[in-house]
Every structure is written in C-alpha cells, then in structure tokens.
Write a protein that binds this ligand. Structure first.
Ligand code: CUA
Length: 179
C-alpha cells in the first residue's frame, strides 16, 4: 500500500532504464528546438500574432469606445439597439467585452488596416473571430492592441471563448467587412 514506505529503502539509487533516458533526452531536444523556433515563428509564421498590451482602467477604455461609437455609428443592428460603427480606415478601433456582450459592432473595409483595441469591463473574456479563427484573451485592466487587415468581406462572428459565467454561451458579437 502506498501509505507504507517501500520495502527497499534505497530504490531511488537504482540506475534509470536506458530507454527512459533516451525518451527524456528526445523530449528535451524537441523542447529546445521548439523554444528556439519561437522568435522565428513570431517573424515569419502566420500563427503568432504581433500584439501589444497596455494597462488601462476599464472606465478609460469604455470612454474611448464610446467616443468612437458616437462619432462613427452608421446604423443600428436590427432592433437590438447595438450600434454598427464604420470607423475610417487606418484608425484606432475599440471593442468592449463585458458580461455578456461585445460592443459595438464594427464595420471595416476590406484591405484596409486598423488598430484593434480590446479590453474587458469585468472578467476575463476570449475574443474569437469566426470563421477566421483569430483568438485573443481579453482581460480587465489590460488593453490588447493588434493590427487588423481584413482580407475577405462578409459577416463574421465574434465568439467568447473563455468561460465567463452563466451567460457565456450568449456572448456573441459580429463584425462586418465591406468591399
Ligand atoms: Cu465572455 Cu465567455
């Protein structure tokens, strides 16, 4: 039984099996290769985002998002009351994550670049742009910034992919890309 000490008190002094050493060695070599690949992927790969993060108070972020929305709202989304915002290409755009919505709905132009700012008003959320599959964690107190250049037009879903409570599954937003 495990609560009794082993009968052979110096069991740990036995040499490690050669095959085990081999596997540990292989795993270590692979880990080192992967570690060294990280800066390479950052520069040349398509899967590592070059994002920035800054500290920000939720109310400051909300004020920026509200200012952008007040200036560039073009319509409302159906009868939801959620504004659809069409900011000028090249500008800073803001998306607020909060229990349980993404606000506002951004409408972007294909082939133009934007500086997308993301932050949470309350808990941790996950920004997941579908079906593109672009994923970013969204934290309260931090502002994530990423340069976004839409390459195709259409309607995209913004899904929350970090569990954030009872309404997590309803936290769905939208993003439009127009020609
Ligand atoms: Cu927000 Cu899950």
């Amino acid at each position: 039984m495990a609560i009794h000490p082993p009968a052979d008190r110096i069991w740990w002094k036995k040499p490690i099996e050669r095959i085990e050493v081999l596997w540990i060695g292989l795993a270590l070599i692979w880990a080192v290769i992967m570690f060294l690949m990280m800066p390479f992927w950052h520069l040349y790969g398509k899967q590592n985002l070059s994002n920035e993060a800054y500290r920000i108070r939720p109310e400051v972020f909300a004020a920026k998002a509200e200012a952008m929305t007040a200036k560039y709202t073009v319509r409302e989304e159906g009868d939801t009351g959620i504004p659809v915002v069409h900011p000028p290409p090249g500008s800073d755009i803001y998306l607020v994550a909060r229990l349980w919505e993404w606000w506002p709905i951004l409408e972007l132009e294909k082939g133009k670049s934007y500086r997308l700012h993301l932050s949470s008003m309350d808990w941790q959320h996950g920004f997941s742009l579908q079906p593109t599959n672009l994923n970013l964690q969204v934290h309260p107190g931090y502002e994530m910034v990423v340069t976004l250049t839409p390459t195709e037009s259409g309607e995209f879903g913004v899904v929350c992919n970090e569990y954030c409570g009872i309404g997590h599954h309803t936290m769905l937003g939208k993003m439009y890309v127009v020609e």
